[in-house]
Unconditional design. Sequence first.
Length: 370
Amino acid sequence: MTARKERILVVDDERDLREVIKDILTDAGYEVFLAENGIHGLGLAKSVLPDLILCDIQMPSMNGYDLLNAVKIDPDMGKIPFVFMTGVNVGPYDLRKGMDLGADDYLTKPFSTDELISAVQTRLQKKQLWQKFFDMNIEKAQTGFIVLLSNELHILVMDILEHAQALRAGMDLSPETVRTAAKQITLSGKRLSRLHENILLYAMLQLWVNDEEKIRSLRQERTASYRTVMHAVINENMRAHDRKGSITIEGNDAALQIAPADFGKIIDEVIDNACKFSEPGSAVVITAAEMEHSILISIRDEGRGMTEQEINTIDSLMKAGVSHYRKEELGLGLTIARTLAELHRGALSIESKENEGTTVSILIPKATDR
């Protein structure tokens, strides 16, 4: 029996571009469907349920933002990866708007054949990873609860961000209180979006810790420069938390035996936590010490600290049988960071006192010679 080809829906009002993309993707082994605007695209999406949607932003009848929103709120299509194809004149606000509404990626026109194929393959591989998880017969009530909660959060996030964008679109005519409310809704939506992603990742980690093949695969990955990854994470957190200049890093560079994305996730969760629970003007100090086989990274904040109960919650979240959560946003992120470190033969420990700050120590193996 011949396996079904993966389906790609291309939505763009430029006929020549649609045909070129169809030829490229057809040659690459995909089944391609074409639509000249958002209304046609939405109808096709509902009928063929594509594995991926490539969509222009500016189109007649229904633009890309409206199509994206219609797809994401539909229970049958909400998990379909959505990639915008944008012109070079699209501003950063327009890009950010699409990402806030749920777009997975962007391709800037004109793009090469390699860029197109790479974007499609990357998003389909990510979709397959999540689908593998959802298709499994998971008996643990704890994990089933997480899946249910993640779906509810996804709908909530889309609703918050949709209304926030509507408010901000009328910013010039709105009073200051409305603008402030729109900003807060947007910030809350982004926090919920992060929590939504963490819930799914946490559920995946529940499976990975018992998958020896997956663990061996993870441990083959390398980060050539841990400082490069950390600087990117630090800059993003300083921007997100308005902490310019308050996060510093000391230590020599080294290669680590961990994928850059996994290492970045560990550092991001710890720094994000430090920023959330300390004053904006206070320092977050990162130091790295080179050991014989590992790098020890310490992240120290001057925040409110953590109670013993909060630290114990982080320890217990990965244990079977835990069916309730307290302070999810705090415990879940650090639990993910600790688990990722341990999967790579590393460790994460927490030292904290209330009203005196917190130090998180992360031990990651140095890269081995190949």
